[in-house]
Structure formats: structure tokens, C-alpha cells
Design a protein around this ligand. Structure first.
Ligand code: EPZ
Length: 433
């Protein structure tokens, strides 16, 4: 298995291009199931999760092709993917596939909408929490689906097709909002989703569905109205920039000091997190070329954060911010409210010399003068990149193992950081023997 070796201490200087958002790319790929025409998605990040989901969809009958690098193209540019679900050949999603990629459970919405049936394995828990799917089930039932749980599968039927309804999410869920919005595009009549997720990725999916002929209003607010249509058609859509990748590199620069412009992204996608970063004393400037992040020799001020659904501070940046706060000049309190088990990075950051105490959902981080490199282990995607951020500021060598987590969601991380002066290299499994 590959590892990442980091020699800490270098400041980051230069430009980091931001890729398309993984968490928008995944529902967009799934939206291809809603039409028999071609869906073209531009600015697709080159990530393991994207290629895995695309391959999973071939099981349902989706054909796909990828445009590779073109002459003169910046090789960090995103790719274009064409997806066509001319005929759905299988409405089942087996456990072997769903357990590899939990977002593939979301196919239940488009399959029910287009084929009026689906049999999709329940995804089970994961490293960060139990992650139930009750809201998907109750929401689709509100749209008229009959759903039984049988031998680990959600067996769903809507013999006469889905019917629009009002559904109030008892809890904000990104995935359930994506799924119900996709399902409602082909339901009869109007659907009103209340207490819907407002994440930029929901807006991006809605924009794509609208380009495909859907009738959707209110995405980005907590009430989304969808008037069902008989069919959707092909479209071309550009994936929104990755706000979590943006925030991650912003925190890396704040951690090491330096001056970096993050291009191909927008501050509107993550205003709260940038406000928090500015409160640490880091310079955050939005300009025509992107977002400039800079920090000189001034100390990092401690800042308390509580993770919340958008537009609050994102859970997907909690681990990275905690890494940053390990070097603050004082005590910060970081409270995780979205997932019950998202502090797996604490023990690993402590191996670098961080002082962190957990009390229930809150981690109290006492800044230290120095971190010292050590071997650490990645446990999930965002936790693993927090270890990279720690390693960039630590003295000496940090080796992060289990980096397949990183490859799920960070496109060419080593290359992007190395271009800005960091010493980060991948050691292939072969090389470690
Ligand atoms: C999405 O997961 C993201 N994944 C996650 O990113 C992100 O952390 C999360 O949203 C929150 O922002 C993708 O977009 C692929 P939720 P999702 O449903 O949709 C509970 C990453 O690192 N819940 O908004 O699965 C759930 O357990 C990943 O890129 C129910 O109780 O998250 C959690 O506590 C990790 N019942 C809360 O809601 C349900 O039926 C929010 O989860 C559904 C969710």
C-alpha cells in the first residue's frame, strides 16, 4: 500500500489550482440515470471515488467515455465525462458495490423515478459514524414508494410512478436531499422539500437537472420546489469547484506560513470557513485570480468552531482546522455536531505532539510550539489530509500510511503541494518493502 512521506518546515508559495468537487461529481454522475440521452460533465476531478462510481453505474447500463488530456491543456485541468443510460438494464445495486461507495445508495431515487423499482443494498456504517438511511426511506415513501427492508436491501416499488408530495426533513441531510430532488424530477405533480440541505453541491445538482429539463426552484434555500416532468433530456454541465479542497489548502498555507493563490474556486462556496481562517490572523483575500491566502510570522490565534450544515462550518474541514489549531497560541474548542465518530485524527495528531483532549462532541486543542514528525495512519479521507497538514508543519519526517483514503478525494495532492515548495512524496507499496 502506498504511503506519503512529508518533510515539514517549508513555507508554501505559489498557485494551487482547485479541482471540481467530489461531492458534486458523485450525485451528478448518478443523475445520468434519469435520462436516456447523453449527460456531459466537465471539470470532473480525477479521483478514485469518481472512477469507482462510474464503474458501478455501468452495472445499471450506463455507458461512459472520458476525454483525456488535449494538446496545450494544463495537465491539472479537470476531465470531461460523457454518460449515457440509454436503457437501464438492472435496477439492483448489490452489497459488493454499495459497500465500496456509500453514495451509490443514492441511485435508489433515479431508479425509482425512471423504472418505478429498485433493489439497493443498505450501505452500512463507516469510519465516521453509523450513517443511517431512514430519511431516504421516509422521503421516498412520502413520494408514494413502497419500501421493504429485506435481507440487507431496500426493495422499493412505485408501480404507477412516484407522486409529488410535501416532505419535511426531520434532520438536514445532503445525500437525502440529492436523492429526493432527483426522484421528484420525474414524479407526477409538485414536490416541496422542506428543511432541505443548502450545500453548494445541492445547488450544482439542481442546476444540472434544470439543464436536463427539470423544473426546480429554491435549491440553496431550505425549501426546494420541484414540478415533475415526463422526461429529462441530455445536457452539458460543469462541476462546481471543490470547497473542501479549497479550505484544505487554505488551512495548509495558514499552517506553514507563506503566500498562495487558490485558483478556479470561489469564496462564496465557503464563506464561513474563510471567516474562521481570517479570525486566526491569516490573510484571506478574494481577487479576480482566485483566493489569496497568506501568513507571515504572526502567531495563529485560537478560534472555536462548531460544525453545522451549510452555510455553517463544514464537518469536512473539521479535521484540517484541528490540525491548524494544534499550532495556535492558546486553546481552541472544536465541536463536531454532524457525525458521532469524527475525531479519529485526534490520536494520530497527538503522535505528532499535538495536545488535544476530547470531551464528548468537543475537542479542546491546546496549541504547542512545535510538532515533530512521526509515522501516522489515515483513517478516513478528511482525517488523512489533516495528518498531511500536521506533517507540513512538523519538524523532520512524517509518514502517512493508508493513503488510499486520500486518493478518494484529493486530486494529485503531492503534486499540488510540491509545486508550492513542500517536500511531499508518494512512496509506492513496492518501494516500502
Ligand atoms: C455528505 O454525506 C458528504 N458526502 C459528506 O462528505 C459530508 O460530510 C456530509 O454530506 C455532511 O456535509 C458526499 O457528498 C458524497 P448527510 P451524506 O446525509 O450525504 C444523518 C467526505 O469526506 N442522516 O448530510 O452521507 C447522518 O448520519 C464526506 O467527503 C440520518 O440520520 O451526509 C449525519 O449525522 C464524508 N439519516 C447527518 O444526517 C439519513 O437518512 C448528515 O449526513 C441520512 C443522514
Amino acid at each position: 500500500m502506498d504511503k506519503i512521506r512529508i518533510v515539514g518546515g517549508n513555507r508554501l508559495e505559489g498557485v494551487i489550482p482547485i479541482s471540481g468537487a467530489k461531492n458534486a461529481a458523485l450525485p451528478l454522475i448518478i443523475a445520468s440515470l434519469l435520462t436516456d440521452e447523453r449527460l456531459t460533465l466537465e471539470n470532473m476531478p480525477r479521483l478514485r471515488d469518481v472512477s469507482l462510481l462510474t464503474r458501478i453505474l455501468t452495472n445499471h447500463g450506463v455507458d461512459y467515455s472520458l476525454n483525456g488530456k488535449r494538446p496545450g491543456e494544463d495537465h491539472l485541468a479537470g476531465q470531461t465525462i460523457h454518460l449515457t443510460a440509454r436503457e437501464i438494464v438492472d435496477t439492483r445495486a448489490p452489497y459488493e458495490l454499495v459497500s465500496q461507495m456509500r453514495a451509490s445508495f443514492w441511485v435508489i431515487g433515479p431508479l425509482l423515478a425512471r423504472c418505478h423499482e429498485a433493489k439497493v443494498s443498505l450501505p452500512g456504517g463507516c469510519a465516521i459514524g453509523t450513517r443511517p438511511v431512514d430519511l431516504f426511506i421516509s422521503g421516498l415513501q412520502a413520494l408514494g414508494a413502497q419500501i421493504d427492508i429485506e435481507a440487507g436491501y431496500a426493495v422499493a416499488k412505485a408501480p404507477g410512478g412516484l407522486v409529488g408530495a410535501r416532505y419535511v426533513f426531520p434532520k438536514v441531510s445532503v445525500g437525502a436531499t440529492h436523492t429526493l430532488m432527483m426522484a421528484a424530477t420525474l414524479a407526477k405533480g409538485e414536490t416541496v422539500l422542506e428543511n432541505a440541505a443548502r450545500e453548494p453541491e445541492v445547488v450544482d445538482l439542481a442546476d444540472c437537472l434544470i439543464a436536463m429539463g427539470a423544473n426546480i426552484e429554491g435549491a440553496g434555500t431550505s425549501t426546494i420546489r420541484i414540478e415533475g416532468v415526463d422526461r429529462l433530456h441530455g445536457a452539458t454541465h460543469r462541476v462546481v469547484p471543490d470547497r473542501i479542497e479549497t479550505g484544505t489548502y487554505a488551512m495548509a498555507v495558514a499552517m506553514t506560513g507563506g503566500d498562495v493563490t487558490l485558483t478556479g474556486t470561489s469564496p462564496d462556496l465557503l464563506s464561513n470557513a474563510l471567516d474562521v481562517l481570517a479570525a486566526t490572523g491569516t490573510t484571506v483575500e478574494a481577487g479576480p485570480d482566485g483566493i489569496r491566502i497568506a501568513r507571515g510570522s504572526q502567531p495563529l490565534r485560537p478560534v472555536d468552531v462548531v460544525t453545522e450544515p451549510f452555510p455553517g462550518f463544514p464537518t469536512d474541514l473539521q479535521a484540517q482546522f484541528m490540525a491548524l489549531m494544534t499550532r495556535a497560541s492558546g486553546v481552541s474548542r472544536i465541536t463536531e455536531t454532524i457525525f458521532e465518530n469524527r475525531f479519529m485524527h485526534v490520536a494520530e495528531l497527538s503522535r505528532l505532539g499535538a495536545r488535544i483532549a476530547i470531551d464528548g462532541r468537543t475537542a479542546e486543542v491546546t496549541g504547542v510550539d512545535r510538532l515533530i514528525g512521526a509515522p501516522v495512519m489515515a483513517t478516513d479521507l478528511r482525517a488523512s489530509v489533516s495528518l498531511v497538514i500536521g506533517g507540513l508543519a512538523a519538524e523532520g519526517e512524517t509518514i502517512v500510511s493508508r493513503v488510499y483514503h486520500l486518493d478518494r478525494g484529493f486530486e494529485r495532492l503531492e503534486e499540488k503541494l510540491t509545486r508550492c515548495g513542500a517536500i511531499v512524496e508518494r512512496i509506492s507499496g513496492e518501494g516500502m518493502r
